[in-house]
Design a protein around this ligand. Structure first.
Ligand code: HEM
Length: 394
């Protein structure tokens, strides 16, 4: 069987995208010192037990320190996680998100209007700018600074190496130092905006965050900035990947594409299937809080564990014919947004952006297809499954 992963040369570390099942659902990788979890039920077990599988993983990563962990929701465990999550959930209620639909549609049209001729590079023209502008407007930072966000965020995902706890090569050291420096610049930028909002609050999320109180205390500038960073990073490249991947999956499966063109009410389920088939955020990490048993293996305390949701989404114990792309798959219990207390806060927004953008794209360009002379390019990081360039003929 030739898969899309073979055809387009997606990162070799994501072998399950080629229809290859790992030998075991839970494996220790001697080379990296990390535990990999590939099985669907094993991933759900880990996601539901935050005492055994803590989200505070930075303590295990050499040199990462904890400078970016304050206010970083993804790195928090209960009870602190619960308090901050409750506070920021107000900013992402179904109503707030639903009210963004006209703005997302208008932006999509404007971005598509700006495409000259009958070709597009989907990532640069739509899939990148759309979610970045939306999240920047929500946060209240100028969306015209998006070239800066791109520079800072890209540096975090440039390496094609499998993440490792073992000694790093000089090249890896340099990459890591550069990525940390870029993250620092991004947080400095957000701190200065947070300070500005303390002086002059506006109608934006940053102002809500600086004014919000947890246990009677205001969040610090660092907490606001780190949370803003999580939103800015999580809030844009993932949706960029979702849009690009969905178009690519449809293009590679003409029968499914024809079905969708004939019945646009299938757009939401096509997006769910794209999330399962090419999960943008391929892995989430956890640190074992104590020795624990998972999938027949005993994992000692203080181990770094990668839960490969992208592999779980291909587990034949959960999905019939997992390597088939079926936009009418029902049920589709994909876990691309995670599960449990850390379930993606932005999932309703990502789904809305995906639905609106894909619907408008299909309506305006019914003959959209990949360019056989200029194929897609994928992000190099094994933890990400997504195109960074997708040339299309309109
Ligand atoms: C297709 C798009 C997206 C995917 C695949 C995705 C995936 C994920 C996953 C897997 C997690 C769980 C992390 C964990 O358990 O450690 C997560 C958490 C999170 N996501 Fe998303 N995400 C997407 C879009 C967004 C957007 C648009 C936003 C914000 C506007 C966002 C904000 C967040 C935040 C704040 C968390 C942390 C939640 C917590 O720790 O309680 N994500 N996302």
């Amino acid at each position: 069987m030739t898969t899309l992963a073979d055809t387009w040369g997606i990162n070799e570390a994501q072998f399950w995208l080629r229809g290859i099942r790992p030998d075991e659902p839970v494996e220790h990788d001697e080379a990296t010192g990390i535990w990999n979890v590939y099985g669907y039920p094993e991933i759900l077990q880990a996601l539901s037990d935050h005492a055994a599988f803590s989200s505070a993983t930075q303590r295990l990563v050499p040199d990462a320190g904890d400078r970016f962990s304050e206010g970083n929701l993804v790195q928090m465990d209960p009870p602190d996680h619960h308090k901050l999550r409750k506070l920021v959930s107000h900013a992402f209620t179904p109503k707030v998100v639903a009210d963004l639909e006209p703005r997302i549609a208008k932006l999509t049209h404007e971005l598509l209007d700006a495409i000259p001729g009958d070709r597009t590079e989907l990532v640069a023209d739509l899939a990148y700018p759309l979610p970045v502008i939306v999240i920047a407007e929500l946060l209240g930072v100028p969306s015209s600074d998006r070239a800066l966000f791109k520079k800072w965020v890209d540096a975090m995902f440039e390496s094609s190496d499998q993440f490792s706890l073992k000694e790093r090569t000089k090249e890896q050291e340099e990459y890591f130092a550069k990525a940390m420096e870029q993250v620092q610049q991004l947080t400095d930028y957000l701190v200065s905006h947070a300070q500005d909002r303390r002086r002059q609050p506006r109608e934006d999320l940053l102002s809500k965050l600086v004014l919000a109180e947890v246990d009677g205390a205001r969040l610090t500038d660092a907490e606001v900035a780190n949370f803003g960073m999580v939103l800015l990073v999580a809030g844009h490249i993932t949706t960029t990947m979702l849009l690009g991947n969905t178009v690519l999956c449809l293009d590679a499966h003409p029968d499914q594409f024809a079905k969708l063109r004939a019945d646009r009410s299938l757009v939401p389920s096509a997006i769910e299937e794209s999330l399962r088939f090419f999960s943008p955020f391929a892995a989430v990490s956890r640190a074992t809080g104590h020795e624990t048993e998972l999938g027949g293996q005993v994992i000692p305390a203080d181990q770094l564990v990668l839960l490969w949701v992208a592999a779980g989404n291909r587990d034949p114990r959960q999905f019939t014919d997992p390597d088939a792309f079926d936009i009418t798959r029902e049920p589709n219990s994909q876990i691309a947004f995670g599960r449990g207390i850390h379930f993606c806060l932005g999932a309703p927004l990502a789904r809305l952006e995906g639905r609106v953008a894909l619907s408008i794209l299909l309506e305006r360009f019914p003959n959209l297809r990949t360019d056989p002379a200029d194929g897609p390019e994928f992000l190099p990081s094994p933890a990400m499954t997504g195109v960074k360039r997708l040339p299309l003929l309109l």
